[in-house]
Design a protein around this ligand. Structure first.
Ligand code: ASN
Length: 486
């Protein structure tokens, strides 16, 4: 039979592959794309709509600015504090998240021209008897990490004698007040007003002491003209009426009544478990897709690293064993969350090079799960009777061959259950990566709940999806295990 002409085929596919990545010369490709971090939910400035698409004044504003100034934007809902940290680490180009311009922030970041007036206030449950800040004495108050409202609350904490508890997003903070765990929360006036107008059972307690403004933050050390473009863009959209249109689109004539009408429409949706499941199915599935992708890549990388480090731990070489012990010690010892933040925001703030969230997530899981894998690989080999190695060696087999032919086949059988266990743990651990903004299943759940406040039903759905996948994974592993033993 004639051999297929492989060489031309190979060359053709290489050309196709590289041309896909070659710089495009079209105009569109020359427009620079900038990434902006935003809050998970901060309506009317940023929030997910019914189809889980991000909308809001901030989103429309940055898109209008980009259009005017000829650049492209990608907006990532990281959560406010995480977005600010990502900007500090230069992982993103800017933050647009209802971000108050404060002297401290001006010192740290390049803050744009002001665009919307704001100020921190306290809110209590609608039916609460509290009347003023004085009534907060001895009570527990909710604040949100890293916000101007939290700084304000902390600054008057002593004077009014309350204690604080911290949340990562506004929605959780409001829930804490609604359930009565905290008697009040501190957030920005326009955001609280909107939340109340759209059905949140809260009441604003006081007036802001001073008027502040929202601005868009970029990094101070940039050498390009992004900050100037943003300022020029804000000026242009304010001058030509685009900005007013954007605000009117979300706030209507600004009255509570118009919001209540909108809210009534939302209530018409099917709020039953299956209604919500149907409505959010696509989003949940895309989150699951990301979870599975991260899990799969991480399992492959962690297994490779783990087996390698595990083997290093049993070779007759002190240095190699030292490397193995240190690796396991460090990466098994570090909490996954700390490791993820260290890689995603810690390292880039030192080196100045971006690490995409997906890559940072994979590195995190590879190091952590790899360390656990290394430990049981080492243990599995160690569990094979020492007599076996001695016997193999006395038969004249060199160490490497004895390891491969005699010890490993027995060791691997011992390790299989641990591998299965580790795969399942890896799948579950991906949820921690929601902290660095990977849109996996858990983060997807958070975003949906931030929009519809259906915590119980949505977390039940998320939990069920995890359980289904873990069950399938377990069955699959058991099947492989049986085949191996057959
Ligand atoms: N308004 C907050 C601040 O300026 C930001 C936010 O919660 N999205 O600190």
């Amino acid at each position: 039979m004639k051999r297929p002409k492989l060489l031309p085929l190979l060359i053709l596919s290489l050309i196709a592959f590289f041309s896909a990545f070659a710089p495009q010369t079209t105009h569109a490709a020359q427009e620079k794309t900038y990434t902006f971090g935003t809050d998970v939910t901060y309506a009317p400035f940023e929030f997910a709509n019914k189809n889980n698409k991000y909308i809001g004044i901030d989103l429309d504003l940055i898109n209008a600015i980009a259009k005017k100034e000829g650049f492209k934007v990608v907006v990532k809902p990281l959560g406010f504090n995480a977005a600010v940290q990502a900007l500090e680490a230069k992982q993103i180009d800017g933050v647009i998240a209802g971000m108050t311009i404060t002297p401290e922030r001006k010192a740290k970041f390049q803050m744009s021209k002001p665009y919307y007036p704001t100020g921190p206030v306290a809110a209590v449950a609608k039916n609460s008897k509290l009347k003023s800040l004085k009534d907060l004495k001895g009570k527990r108050v909710a604040i949100k990490t890293g916000t101007a409202a939290a700084d304000y609350a902390n600054s008057i904490k002593k004077k009014y004698g309350f204690t604080t508890v911290t949340f990562d997003d506004s929605n959780n903070m409001y829930q804490d007040v609604a359930t009565g765990n905290s008697v009040a929360c501190f957030d920005d006036q326009p955001v609280l007003q909107y939340a109340i107008a759209t059905g949140e059972k809260l009441r604003i307690l006081n007036k802001p002491e001073t008027v502040k403004y929202y601005g868009i933050a970029t990094s101070k050390s940039r050498t390009d003209d992004l900050a100037a473009k943003i300022n020029a863009g804000i000026k242009a959209v304010k001058a030509d009426g685009t900005y007013d249109k954007i605000v009117a689109k979300y706030l209507g004539n600004g009255t509570v009544a118009s919001q209540e009408k909108k809210n009534a429409k939302v209530q018409e949706n099917d709020r039953s478990f299956f209604g919500l499941l149907k409505e959010n199915w696509g989003t949940l599935m895309s989150g699951l897709g990301q979870t599975l992708l991260v899990t799969l890549v991480a399992i492959v990388c962690a297994t490779l690293v783990g087996v390698l480090v595990g083997l290093l731990g049993v070779v007759p070489n002190k240095f190699a064993r030292g490397v193995s012990i240190t690796f396991i010690y460090i990466f098994r010892g570090l909490p996954l969350l700390v490791l993820a933040l260290f890689i995603y925001t810690g390292i880039p703030s030192l080196t100045g090079t971006k690490i995409p969230a997906f890559v940072a997530g994979i590195i995190t899981l590879t190091l952590n799960e790899g360390a656990y894998t290394a430990a049981f690989v080492k243990g599995g080999i160690g569990a094979v009777n020492v007599g076996q190695m001695e016997a193999a060696r006395s038969l004249g087999l060199p160490w490497g061959k004895a390891m491969r032919r005699v010890i490993l086949p027995q060791g691997i059988k011992i390790m299989v259950p641990s591998f299965i266990n580790q795969f399942i743990i890896t799948l579950k651990d991906t949820s921690i990566l929601s902290i660095i903004g990977i849109l996996e299943l858990t983060q997807t759940g958070k975003i949906i709940i931030a929009r519809n406040m259906e915590g119980f039903k949505i977390w039940t759905m998320v939990a069920l999806i995890y359980l289904v996948i873990i069950t399938v994974l377990t069955w699959l592993s058991k099947y492989v295990q049986k085949r191996m033993n057959a």
